[in-house]
Design a protein around this ligand. Structure first.
Ligand code: SF4
Ligand code: SF4
Length: 648
C-alpha cells in the first residue's frame, strides 16, 4: 500500500479519466477481473472438527462483544442449538446471540414463516435444475420468462425483512411446482431424449401437493432446512460455503428483481448462471473446491447484476446528478415511499401530479432525488426519516400513507398498520398489499383523508445525493491534483446496511474522525451513519469538492466499484494499492452479495462489522483472512483509523 501523495505523484502525467458507456464499462470490468485468481488456487481449509485452536486465536475477532467470533460461528456453537428447534435461521447479522434464531426471529419472523421460506428455497433449487435442463434442451428465453421471474422473486421474498406472510410464501411454492411441470412439458416439446434430458435426484424430483396444510409445509421446510442439509453434507466448512453462496444468491436475486421491475433482464449473464449456482447448491456433495468457485461465482454474477441495475436506474430516469434534498417536511398532505424500487416511486409521482399531495422518500429511496426524471416533479418535496430500523418511530409520526416497495420492512405497529401499503415481494400478514400494476388509487385516497403536515418544520436541513460514478469520475482529475498537492490524505468507503445495534455507531465515529483532508464515499442505508453528522454536513476539501459523496442505495454499489477501478486504471495500479480504506456495515443478503463481488474482484483489507455472519466456520474464515485479509471492525474507530491512515 502506498501513500496517497506518492501514488498520485507517480502518475502526474496520467491521461485524464474517460467516461465510457456503461455496458462497455461492465464488459471492461469483467475482462479486467477475469485475471483474478480462481478459487482453485486456494489452499484447502482444515476439515471440520480439526480446526487448530492456536490458529483460531490468530484470526482477528470479527466482533467486539466476545473474545473471538470463531467461537460464535456455527461449527463451534452447534451444541448451543437446542435439539429439534422450531426453526433455524442464521442468514443475517442480527441472528440471536450470533448463533441462530431458533424460536422466533430477531427480525420478527415466525417459525412458520422461516420453515416455509426454507421450503421455498428448496423449490427454487428444484426449478433451477429444470431451467438448466430446459436451456440445454433449447427452450428459449421467452419460454423461460415465467420461470426466470418466479425464481428471482421467490428467492427475494426469503431475504431478511422482506416477507413475513406465510400465505404469500405458500403461493410462491404452488407457482413453483406448476412452473416445474411447465418446464417438463417444454423440454419434452423440444424432442430431446436421452439420460441427460431431464434432471434427476431428490431435489429435481420434488413434488409438493398444492393442497398440503401449513403444518405439513412447515415439516417439509424443516426436512430441507439448515440442520438437515448440514447433516447430509457431513462437512461443516463445505456447508458454510453453501450458506455463504445461498445468502449471496438471494442478494443477487433481489438486485435482479429490481432490474426486472424496470424492464431490464439479462438471461445470459445473470439468470442462467444464477440457476447454475442454485443447481450446485441443491447437491449435498462436500465439494470444497467446487463450492469455493461457486461462492466467488456469485460475486461475479452480482457484478453483472449491479452493472445492469446501474444502467436500469440511470437509463430510465436520466444520469443521476448531485442534488440537494430537503430533509425536513413541508406543510401539506403527504405520502411516504420506502424500499428500493424506483419504478414504483415514479408511477406514484405521475399519479399524484396536481392532486395537492407531497411525496417524500424514506430510507433507501433517498437517492431518487438525484435522477432528472424524478426531480422534474415539484411535489417530490424531500426525504423523511432515516434508515429502516427507525421506521417504527418514523412511520408512526408520518401523517399520511406509507408505501413499502421492497425491503426493509418491520412488523408494523398497530398505530400505523392501516397506513402501510406493501408492494412486490414485501409481505406482512394483515397489511394491505397493492396488486402488481402500480395502481396507487387507494393510497392517494387515503392520503387525501389523512391530515398531512400542518406546517413547515424548522430548522430546515438538507443533504446532497447523486454522486453516482458518472458524477464522481469527472472530478477524478481534481482529486488527483489535490492528492499531488498534499490536500487529500485518503479515501474511505463507509457504507452497507444499517441496523439496530449500538455497535454500529462505529461507522459514525469513524466518519467523524476522518481527517479534514479526506474523502468519504458512502452508500446503502448505512449512509445514515454519515450524512446526518453535523460535523460532516457541508464539509469540503480545500478545492471545494464535498468531503462526503453519497453514491446512492446499496443497489448502487456498482458506482463504488467503477470509481475504484477507474482510479486504479488512471493511476496504473491495482485496487489494493489505492489509498482507499473500506469499512462495510453488514446485515443481510444483499450485503453478502456485494461482499462476494468485492472478493471476486480481489479487493483486500475490507473491515466488516459489526459482527461476522454466523454461518461462517473458522475454517472458511481462515481462508477469507489468509486470502483477502478480511478484518473485523475494531472496538475503537479512532484506533482503526490510525491503522487505515497507515494503509493497514
Ligand atoms: S433473518 Fe436474521 S433475524 Fe430474521 S430469523 Fe433469520 S437470522 Fe434471525
Ligand atoms: S441497505 Fe440493506 S439493510 Fe438497508 S434497506 Fe437496503 S437491504 Fe435493507
Amino acid at each position: 500500500m502506498i501513500s496517497t501523495r506518492r501514488l498520485f505523484s507517480a502518475v502526474a502525467s496520467s491521461p485524464s479519466l474517460r467516461r465510457v458507456k456503461y455496458a462497455d464499462q461492465y464488459r471492461a470490468l469483467a475482462a479486467a477481473t477475469s485475471a483474478v485468481p480462481s478459487s482453485s488456487s486456494y489452499s484447502p481449509v482444515p476439515p471440520a472438527g480439526q480446526f487448530h485452536i492456536a490458529r483460531a486465536a490468530a484470526i482477528p475477532p470479527l466482533c467486539r462483544t466476545t473474545t473471538t467470533t470463531t467461537t460464535r460461528s456455527f461449527a463451534a456453537s452447534a451444541s448451543l442449538i437446542p435439539p429439534n428447534p422450531a426453526m433455524l435461521c442464521r442468514q443475517c447479522e442480527q441472528t440471536q446471540d450470533g448463533i441462530a434464531c431458533t424460536t422466533l426471529g430477531i427480525c420478527g419472523k415466525t417459525a412458520e414463516v422461516s420453515n416455509a421460506q426454507d421450503a421455498l428455497v428448496h423449490v427454487v433449487k428444484c426449478v433451477s435444475l429444470w431451467c438448466v435442463a430446459a436451456r440445454r434442451a433449447g427452450v428459449t428465453e421467452e419460454e423461460l420468462r415465467d420461470a426466470n421471474v418466479w425464481s428471482l422473486r421467490s428467492a427475494f421474498s426469503t431475504l431478511t425483512n422482506v416477507n413475513f406472510d406465510e400465505e404469500r410464501i405458500a403461493e410462491y411454492l404452488k407457482e413453483g411446482m406448476q412452473i416445474k411441470k411447465d418446464l417438463m412439458g417444454l423440454i419434452s416439446s423440444k424432442g430431446v431424449v436421452g439420460a441427460d434430458a431431464f434432471p434427476t435426484g431428490p431435489v429435481a424430483d420434488l413434488t409438493l401437493d398444492p393442497s398440503m396444510s401449513c403444518s405439513d409445509l412447515e415439516e417439509f421446510g424443516k426436512s430441507v432446512g439448515i440442520l438437515a442439509r448440514q447433516a447430509a453434507m457431513k462437512n461443516d466448512d463445505c456447508f458454510s460455503l453453501t450458506e455463504i453462496a445461498t445468502a449471496g444468491a438471494k442478494g443477487v436475486s433481489a438486485y435482479a428483481s429490481h432490474c426486472y421491475q424496470l424492464g431490464y433482464i439479462d438471461e445470459a449473464n445473470i439468470i442462467a448462471p444464477l440457476h447454475e449456482v442454485w443447481s450446485k447448491l441443491a447437491s449435498d456433495e462436500p465439494d470444497l473446491e467446487g463450492l469455493l468457485a461457486t461462492t466467488l461465482r456469485v460475486g461475479e454474477i452480482n457484478l453483472a447484476t449491479l452493472a445492469l441495475l446501474d444502467e436500469a436506474h440511470n437509463g430510465t430516469y436520466g444520469a443521476a446528478v448531485p442534488t440537494e434534498v430537503r430533509m425536513t417536511p413541508v406543510a401539506g398532505k403527504c405520502i411516504l415511499v420506502s424500499g428500493h424500487d424506483m419504478g414504483d416511486l415514479y408511477a406514484l409521482l405521475v399519479q399524484t401530479e396536481g392532486k395537492g399531495i407531497n411525496v417524500y422518500t424514506h430510507g433507501e429511496m433517498l437517492p431518487a432525488h438525484g435522477y432528472p426524471e424524478m426531480k422534474k416533479f415539484p411535489h417530490l418535496v424531500g426525504n423523511y426519516g432515516t434508515a429502516w430500523q427507525n421506521q417504527k418511530i418514523e412511520f408512526a409520526t408520518f401523517p399520511g400513507p406509507v408505501v413499502v416497495t421492497t425491503n426493509c420492512i418491520q412488523e408494523p405497529r398497530k398505530k400505523y398498520r392501516d397506513r402501510i401499503w406493501a408492494m412486490n415481494e414485501v409481505g406482512v400478514s394483515n397489511v394491505k398489499h397493492l396488486p402488481d400494476g402500480r395502481d396507487f388509487t387507494p393510497v392517494i385516497e387515503q392520503a387525501l383523508k389523512c391530515k398531512g403536515f400542518a406546517s413547515d418544520a424548522t430548522p430546515v436541513k438538507y443533504t446532497t445525493v447523486g454522486f453516482n460514478h458518472r458524477a464522481v469520475l469527472p472530478l477524478a482529475g481534481e482529486v488527483i491534483t489535490a492528492a499531488q498537492e498534499g490536500q487529500l490524505s485518503r479515501i474511505f468507503l463507509i457504507g452497507g446496511c444499517d441496523g439496530t445495534e449500538s455497535e454500529r455507531s462505529y461507522y459514525t465515529d469513524l466518519a467523524e474522525s476522518t481527517p479534514d483532508d479526506s474523502l468519504i464515499l458512502t452508500l446503502g442505508c448505512a449512509k445514515n451513519r454519515v450524512i446526518h453528522s453535523e460535523k460532516l454536513r457541508g464539509a469540503t476539501l480545500s478545492n471545494g469538492i464535498p468531503r462526503v459523496l453519497d453514491m446512492g442505495q446499496c443497489n448502487d454499489s456498482y458506482s463504488a466499484v467503477v470509481v475504484a477501478m477507474e482510479l486504479a486504471k488512471a493511476l496504473n495500479c491495482g485496487i489494493n494499492d489505492l489509498p482507499l480504506s473500506l469499512a462495510i456495515s453488514h446485515l443481510e443478503q444483499k450485503a453478502a452479495a456485494v461482499l462476494l463481488t468485492l472478493l471476486h474482484l480481489g479487493v483486500k483489507n475490507i473491515r466488516l462489522g459489526p459482527r461476522l455472519p454466523a454461518y461462517i466456520t473458522p475454517g472458511i474464515l481462515q481462508v477469507l483472512v489468509d486470502k483477502y485479509n478480511l478484518m473485523p471492525v475494531g472496538a475503537d474507530a479512532k484506533e482503526d483509523l490510525k491503522l487505515m491512515m497507515e494503509g493497514k
